[in-house]
Write a protein that binds this ligand. Sequence first.
Ligand SMILES: Nc1nc2c(ncn2[C@@H]2O[C@H](COP(=O)(O)OP(=O)(O)OP(=O)(O)O)[C@@H](O)[C@H]2O)c(=O)[nH]1
Ligand SMILES: [Mg+2]
Length: 249
Amino acid sequence: MFKALVVVPTYNEIENIERLLRTVFSLQREFHVLVVDDNSPDGTAQLVEDNFIKYPEKLFILKRPVKNGLGNAYIAGFKWALEKEYEYIFEMDADFSHNPNDLVRLFNACHKEGNDVAIGSRYVTGVNVVNWPMSRVLLSWLASKYVRFVMGMDIYDTTAGFICYKRSVLERINLDNIRFVGYAFQIEMKFKAHLSKFKIIEVPVIFTDRTKGESKMSSGIISEAIFGVIGMKIKSVFNRKRFNKTSFH
Ligand SMILES: Nc1nc2c(ncn2[C@@H]2O[C@H](COP(=O)(O)OP(=O)(O)OP(=O)(O)O)[C@@H](O)[C@H]2O)c(=O)[nH]1
Ligand SMILES: [Mg+2]
């Protein structure tokens, strides 16, 4: 039996987390869940702990003292997963933007179809986004086009945050060197998997805007992504040149 862990970062998700856990734990396939909570003032962590008794040995929590960004929360969750025996490690939001039923499709794309990374993608078959204002759809879609162009990656939804990684991918990527925290974190993870020549597949999913709780989107996250990708690309070209030089001499 291959063990699978869904890492769910939370900040003020008290209105979503209990239903999310119920949905994941009622799936046909067994998934464990690690909630990474950054001391949510609304008591999300306490509510998760109240559910321990219902889901013994499959629900876990990592409590961090301050809000430190999505990327940092994922890195902490990935490291936790690698210390255990998980073979498949997932990223998923707590706000139902990602449909938990799609976890099985992402799992199959890796486990049955031999991919290393499966991305729940909004843009592989047109634009599958429900309830976002037009401006946000456009921003996200343009961002993905921009990244695809600058980075030269053959991925439509480069900022997607609904992902299945095989353990070997997270082992290979140096998690201590991941620099970004917002959308750029999602891009950076894909770019590093791409540079390491892992097999990446996009699985079309429908993304639905949150109906409960508040958004944590900020202009800082957007500018980090815009300037971050250029920095990442330059650094990778520079590293490749250095690598070529040392291998020829
Ligand atoms: N632990 C932790 N989780 C976070 C942090 N920021 C966001 N999250 C969680 O990460 C997931 C994605 O964040 P969202 O606020 O939904 O971001 P978004 O999807 O870009 O924007 P909206 O859906 O409009 O809110 C959610 O589960 C959040 O609770 C953070 O700093 N720390
Ligand atoms: Mg969201």
